[in-house]
Design a protein around this ligand. Structure first.
Ligand code: ATP
Ligand code: MG
Ligand code: FE
Length: 339
């Protein structure tokens, strides 16, 4: 069967056609990064307008690239939330119109379930599994006891990892989005400036990155006051090492405590080279299988939305045409019915 999926939760307009849940026939992504760059971040009003402008073109491109026609589509999936309300609305309206016109089921999908199930596109998921979600808006450890069930065992109490990367990059005058630039600088650095690690309570799986971000800003101020140049590479490496130490240590401890059979890395920050390498070596040492999507499936895309929506398709869980965009949609509430 052919599923057409739409993603517009933030600043990427994406449409994918996926066959039988995991075979990606097309996954077209149009990024608005260039548009938002001069503002140093995503401007919600502009994002919505850009989605409207791009939607029809991207839709036609995805259908053509997949070598199918609209009459081959058996269901339409769309990111229902979380995300920017105006941006989500564009995708939801497009999906409803298509579902109505083609007379096929509509499947509202959770964006983070999409990031997690991007891993289904590259391999088989074994349960119980643990997902380390590191993205622009989320930093979470999610326990998946079975397919489509989500139990958030830890989350950030302040900034998301990607957000911290972007703020640090901005302080170092690097372009938006800063994550890839900080990553590159950190790889090039000869040494690291030692920065704090926020472990929180000994048994906690929660995260905090605002203190680390403040420590970076304090280092920059100290250099400026002394009239010394800022060693951006050493600072980037110190920041990245602190982030990687904490997220990988907590993920490995949770994996062992809950006896999971697999670790899934996902979200935009999963593109980080340092993080991928460290997690790979820790998992190898612990004999724990690790799934990491290729870069193109880590950042926002519609194929991952199809991979998550397929769980609902197989259980016949569809949404009605009065489904609403939900900017605060909860992952745990989105769980599929257990069968
Ligand atoms: P969410 O998924 O939580 O709604 P989002 O969709 O905006 O947020 P993603 O698209 O998943 O976030 O990820 C974007 C984030 O990933 C940005 O903060 C960006 O800086 C970060 N990022 C991308 N590549 C890297 C990298 N190599 N190293 C670190 N961070 C990176
Ligand atoms: Mg984005
Ligand atoms: Fe995302």
């Amino acid at each position: 069967y052919h599923l057409l999926a739409i993603e517009t939760s933030c600043d990427e307009t994406s449409v994918a056609i996926v066959r039988d849940g995991t075979e990606v026939l097309s996954n077209v992504v149009s990024s608005q990064i260039e548009t938002h760059r001069r503002f140093g971040g995503v401007v919600p009003e502009i994002a919505s307008r850009k989605h409207v402008e791009s939607m029809t073109v991207i839709l036609e491109e995805a259908v053509a690239a997949a070598g199918v026609t609209l009459s081959d589509i058996d269901a339409v999936a769309v990111t229902q939330g979380p995300g920017l309300v105006g941006a989500l609305l564009v995708g939801v309206v497009a999906a409803k119109s298509l579902a109505l016109a083609l007379d096929v089921p509509l499947i509202g999908t959770h964006h983070i379930a999409g990031h997690i199930y991007a891993n289904r596109l590259i391999g088989r998921i074994e349960y119980p599994a643990l997902a380390l979600v590191v993205s622009g808006g989320h930093t979470e450890l999610v326990l998946l006891e079975s397919e489509g069930s989500f139990n958030i065992i830890g989350r950030t109490r302040d900034d998301a990892v990607g957000e911290a990367y972007d703020k640090v990059a901005r302080a170092l005058s690097l372009p938006y989005p800063g994550g890839p630039h900080v990553d590159r600088l950190a790889q090039e650095a000869a040494e690291a400036i030692e920065l704090p690690r926020a472990w929180l309570e000994p048994d906690s799986y929660d995260f905090s990155f605002s203190g680390l971000k403040s420590a970076v800003l304090a280092e920059i101020n100290r250099s400026n006051m002394k009239g010394k140049p800022i060693d951006a590479a050493a600072l980037a490496r110190g920041f990245q090492e602190s982030v990687i130490d904490v997220v990988t240590a907590k993920a490995m401890r949770a994996a062992s405590e809950f006896g999971v059979r697999q670790l899934l890395l996902c979200g935009g920050v999963a593109a980080n080279r340092g993080l991928r390498e460290r997690l790979a070596s820790l998992c190898e040492a612990a004999n724990l299988p690790l799934l990491v999507p290729p870069m193109s499936l880590c950042t926002d895309n519609a194929a991952m939305i199809a991979a998550a929506a397929d769980l609902k398709w197989r259980r016949g869980e569809f949404d009605s045409l009065d489904m609403k965009a939900e900017p605060q949609l909860s992952l745990e509430d989105w769980s599929v019915r257990s069968t």
